[in-house]
Design a binder for this molecule. Structure first.
Ligand code: PEP
Length: 262
């Protein structure tokens, strides 16, 4: 992942949209895929507001086994339908090596979540699908460990790696996690791979998402990964951190001058 080995910025091409290139990219969508109506409504709304990639969890890494675990294959098929209907690229999380080929069939980017950021066999399985891999920072992961985890993707013949900062666990409880925006210039300095910011997991609060997005753009992030839901109060997972369709449209509007100035 080091700049020494690869001085130029690398870009990841997702259905014609370059992440790490000149154009800023926004990935947005629900925390979990819940139903066809929820996903399609969200997909059309985020596309209209300017997102190019649709996020949505089909296999969910929930803290409690009694919470909603995702729709699984049914969720992947809905993501595929949304892709065909809107032309948006898809990003979804891979939880198990056994699912690597199945997930790769339905997605354009494989997300490795914070809880699996050092699950090296999973990273290798993701890399070997040949799909772009977005590697979240683990909850308690040092930057060096994160960069080294990224090596598991690159060293398995997959050049399409992106890092994603999503907040780390600190003593602070005002926010769900502490979003470490210092990783933007650090990853840019140390690595050629794009850096994506997830303010939804970072803050854990919808009311802070716009401000964090502005900060991320101003600091040189390549893309954002934002949770959006048509009715956050009724969401099956992480409702408090998902922004409504209206708030997402406002966010995209307010980000324009920041993107233009970046
Ligand atoms: C997610 O993006 O759905 C998710 C669970 O994120 P993280 O791995 O950052 O907790």
């Amino acid at each position: 992942v080091s700049r020494e080995a690869h001085p130029a910025n690398s870009t990841v091409n997702v259905r014609g949209n370059l992440i790490g290139g000149k154009k800023f990219q926004v990935m947005a969508g629900p925390c979990s895929v819940e139903s066809e109506k929820q996903l399609m409504t969200t997909a059309h709304a985020v596309k209209k507001a300017g997102a190019t990639i649709l996020r949505g969890g089909a296999f969910k890494p929930r803290t409690s086994p009694y919470e909603f675990q995702g729709l699984g294959l049914k969720g992947l098929k809905l993501l595929d339908k949304a892709r065909r209907e809107t032309g948006l690229g898809i990003i979804t999380e891979l939880l198990s090596e056994n699912h690597a080929d199945m997930i790769a069939e339905f997605t354009d980017i494989i997300q490795i979540g914070a809880r699996n950021a050092q699950n090296f066999q999973l990273l290798i399985a993701a890399a070997k699908t040949g799909k772009p891999v977005l590697l979240k920072r683990g909850l308690s992961m040092k930057i060096e460990e994160w960069l080294l985890a990224g090596e598991y993707v690159l060293s398995n013949d997959n050049p399409n790696l992106m890092f994603c900062e999503r907040g780390i666990r600190t003593f602070e409880t005002y926010t769900r996690n502490t979003l470490d925006l210092s990783t933007i210039p650090i990853v840019k300095k140390e690595s050629h791979a794009p850096i994506v910011i997830d303010p939804s997991q970072g803050a854990g609060r919808a009311d802070l998402v716009i401000a964090m997005c502005k900060g991320a753009v101003a600091m040189g992030a390549d893309a954002l990964l934002i949770e959006v839901h048509p009715n956050p109060a009724e969401a099956w997972s992480d409702g408090v951190q998902q922004v409504s369709l209206e708030l997402f449209a406002k966010l995209m509007h307010e980000l324009k001058p920041f993107i233009a100035a970046a």
